[in-house]
Design a protein around this ligand. Structure first.
Ligand SMILES: *[C@@H]1O[C@H](CO)[C@@H](O)[C@H](O)[C@H]1NC(C)=O
Ligand SMILES: *[C@@H]1O[C@H](CO)[C@@H](O)[C@H](O)[C@H]1NC(C)=O
Ligand SMILES: *[C@@H]1O[C@H](CO)[C@@H](O)[C@H](O)[C@H]1NC(C)=O
Ligand SMILES: *[C@@H]1O[C@H](CO)[C@@H](O)[C@H](O)[C@H]1NC(C)=O
Ligand SMILES: *[C@@H]1O[C@H](CO)[C@@H](O)[C@H](O)[C@H]1NC(C)=O
Ligand SMILES: *[C@@H]1O[C@H](CO)[C@@H](O)[C@H](O)[C@H]1NC(C)=O
Ligand SMILES: *[C@@H]1O[C@H](CO)[C@@H](O)[C@H](O)[C@H]1NC(C)=O
Ligand SMILES: *[C@@H]1O[C@H](CO)[C@@H](O)[C@H](O)[C@H]1NC(C)=O
Ligand SMILES: *[C@@H]1O[C@H](CO)[C@@H](O)[C@H](O)[C@H]1NC(C)=O
Length: 569
């Protein structure tokens, strides 16, 4: 995904010229992520950094809400809103821990609120939420609503019990007509995953953890050859369930029939079209009714190329109008080059840090790479698997600094080498570890660049996909948030856990190149009652005195372990 290599400076020059007003004062310099990458140019501060808003010590009450799911369809009778009442140093209305009606005074511990359709006096929800609680779900009845392609605008009005403090927030929800012959994808605004439905799911929504590759198809118009492609892609067992079909051929190519027939979920490639809304419209209208379509993909590394800021939001908004049933994904490559402006064009954010086999000492362009100069294939990276979790952590931090509701995040693992940036492929261990670290940072989808890949990485990814896209692991990854877990040892040990009802899944990663040859015991955050399974990793974990224990943790290894929990109450 590095066009500059293929099309050299020309395309970049065009892109930077068009972006000059928005992204800096050096329009004609060859830049990637804002930095010049060819030797002979000066190093300069590229700008575009996302920073924490100033904190003057005040506390604000930041009330936000969203529908639990991005869309509801005719036939569904209940929906819900997710409400946050976070205390923030930056956003919301001023807050002090006190409320009074002039005579009585009490601590401001609960926000009493109602949610109404704008202009309507009958509340959909009337309830309260504790101050600094977030992610609380409140149901409402859909049966009074008519399915519509237009969103319903809703308003939350909240106050302290004595009403000396008022907060409002606005949102909207979509209650669409059903589309039984096509497909539909919901974004879960609470946990960041997807649900999908089509005729094959009997038109009921089921969790989808899409795992696949950006896959090149050769464009053959022979149906049997299209079938052969899909068959090959899915030939390693039940693993890969999705693809971003890299397809510079017409939307009526038989490969779409083959993918529909095999149930291979695809993200539709609009990267060569999204800048031209006429072409985008034609292509979306051709594809939108298909049964295995689950999302659109527009911008590929717009931040690297410095595409004008309004380009991706314009495409996203047009696609939503033409097809409200499927979300739009974009891929960001830079660590932080106008993150806020570029992330604004997607419903799903994909990040593609490719750290393996990179060198920061001297790039193919003849410069070193650092925060103000050069392009070495992975922006602001160290060239280790830990670049993946640090990138995903940073993106989450930028969203919180911007006061945004977090988008679903997909990780794009490196499954290639070359282009004079990357000296080698990741090893199978590195491939598994990068994914495991991405999951523990909340990734809910995986798309590797690119297929076909080496046989060994095809086998590795198919095997991991078979585990994470299916029960029970999928339910943990999509059904809650990953919580970090401290492991004593080196800083290259990384652990996280997810709780679902009476069970917990723990991920333990050794992200270093050295084995831990002594017994490792992980303290658990919740008392476990029983050992259930090791769905991934193949190591002999066991519970010893309430601690998750293994005799030896090999270098560059990853494990998922499922435990039973003590149920209280
Ligand atoms: C912080 O900034 C806000 C907004 O400018 C202002 O209302 C408030 O008084 C400031 N608080 C302090 C402690 O300076
Ligand atoms: C507000 O004050 C009450 C009573 O002192 C206390 O229980 C509560 O934790 C305080 N809330 C916050 C967010 O500090
Ligand atoms: C509010 O919640 C956040 C996140 O859980 C926590 O870090 C913070 O300490 C809480 N603030 C107060 C005043 O309780
Ligand atoms: C759909 O319904 C059919 C017939 O009732 C059933 O055999 C099949 O398992 C169902 N499929 C799903 C995904 O629920
Ligand atoms: C395209 O790929 C298919 C599936 O792998 C193969 O059967 C076919 O021969 C290829 N066609 C061309 C023109 O390369
Ligand atoms: C797609 O094909 C057209 C026509 O062959 C070509 O002009 C265009 O550059 C191609 N686009 C990409 C992204 O490969
Ligand atoms: C946009 O696409 C349409 C339809 O493919 C084409 O006719 C038109 O020339 C394109 N516009 C530009 C500016 O490339
Ligand atoms: C990046 O490297 C260039 C060339 O060595 C140097 O001039 C510049 O100060 C470096 N930038 C940073 C932030 O270290
Ligand atoms: C750990 O043990 C394995 C198997 O006995 C051995 O091959 C490896 O060299 C040891 N690693 C370290 C860091 O001691």
């Amino acid at each position: 995904m590095r066009l500059i290599t293929l099309i050299s400076g020309l395309l970049t020059l065009v892109a930077t010229v068009t972006a000059q007003d928005e992204t800096g004062d050096h329009p004609n310099w060859p830049r990637w992520c804002g930095k010049v990458y060819e030797s002979g140019y000066p190093s300069f501060e590229p700008g575009g950094h996302t920073t924490a808003p100033p904190d003057n010590g005040s506390t604000y009450l930041y009330v936000q809400f969203k529908p639990r799911y991005s869309i509801y369809l005719d036939g569904e009778t209940t929906a819900s809103f997710v409400v946050n009442a976070a205390l923030s140093p930056w956003y919301g209305g001023a807050w002090t821990n006190s409320t009074t009606d002039g005579t009585a005074t009490q601590p401001f511990t609960d926000l009493v609120f109602s949610i109404n359709v704008a202009g309507n006096n009958t509340p959909l929800v009337k309830s309260s939420i504790s101050i600094n609680e977030t992610g609380i779900e409140f149901e409402f009845d859909l049966s009074a609503f008519e399915p519509s392609l237009t969103p319903y605008d809703v308003v939350l009005s909240g106050s302290s019990v004595y009403e000396d403090h008022i907060d409002t927030a606005a949102s909207s929800f979509l209650y669409l007509p059903d589309n039984p012959s096509g497909s539909a994808t919901k974004i879960d605004n609470l946990n960041g995953g997807l649900l999908f439905k089509n005729a094959a799911t009997n038109n009921s929504f089921v969790p989808l953890l899409p795992y696949g590759y950006y896959g090149w198809y050769n464009g053959s118009t022979v149906p049997a050859e299209a079938d052969a492609f899909v068959h090959e892609y899915t030939s390693n067992g039940e693993g890969l369930n999705a693809i971003i079909a890299l397809a510079n051929y017409t939307d009526t190519n038989p490969v779409y029939d083959s993918m529909d027939e095999f149930g291979l979920h695809y993200m539709f490639d609009l990267r060569s079209s999204y800048k031209n809304l006429t072409e985008t419209e034609t292509r979306v209208n051709t594809i939108k009714g298909r049964s295995s379509l689950f999302a659109y993909w527009t911008a590929d590394e717009p931040d690297g190329q410095q595409v004008p800021f309004n380009t991706t939001p314009a495409a996203q908004s047009l696609i939503h109008t033409l097809d409200p049933y499927h979300p739009v994904a974009i891929t960001l490559n830079c660590q932080d080059f106008y993150f806020g402006a570029y992330a604004a064009g997607g419903d799903i954010l994909m990040a593609d840090p490719y750290p393996i086999g990179t060198s920061y000492a001297l790039s193919k362009w003849g410069t070193t790479c650092n925060a103000t100069l050069g392009d070495c294939g992975c922006d602001n990276c160290a060239g280790t698997v830990q670049d993946v979790p640090s990138r995903l952590d940073d993106l989450a931090m930028y969203e919180s600094w911007l006061g945004r509701w977090p988008l679903p995040r997909f990780f794009n693992p490196q499954v290639f080498h070359g282009e004079d940036y990357w000296a080698r492929d990741p090893t199978p261990g590195e491939a598994r570890v990068m994914n495991a670290l991405a999951f523990s940072r909340g990734a809910t989808g995986i798309f590797g660049w690119t297929w076909p890949s080496s046989d060994v990485l095809f086998a590795t990814h198919s095997e991991m996909a078979a585990v994470v896209t299916a029960s029970p692991v999928r339910e943990f990854l999509l059904g809650g948030k990953a919580e970090p877990l401290t492991v004593e040892g080196t800083e290259l040990l990384d652990a996280a856990y997810w709780v679902q009802g009476e069970r917990m899944m723990v991920s333990v990663v050794n992200g270093g190149y050295v084995d831990v040859n002594s017994t490792l015991a992980v303290e658990l955050p919740v008392a476990a009652t029983g050992f259930e399974a090791v769905p991934f990793g193949g190591l002999s974990w066991r519970l010893v005195s309430g601690r998750l224990t293994v005799d030896r943790l090999p270098a560059m290894s990853s494990s998922f372990i499922i435990l039973g929990l003590e149920v209280t109450g």
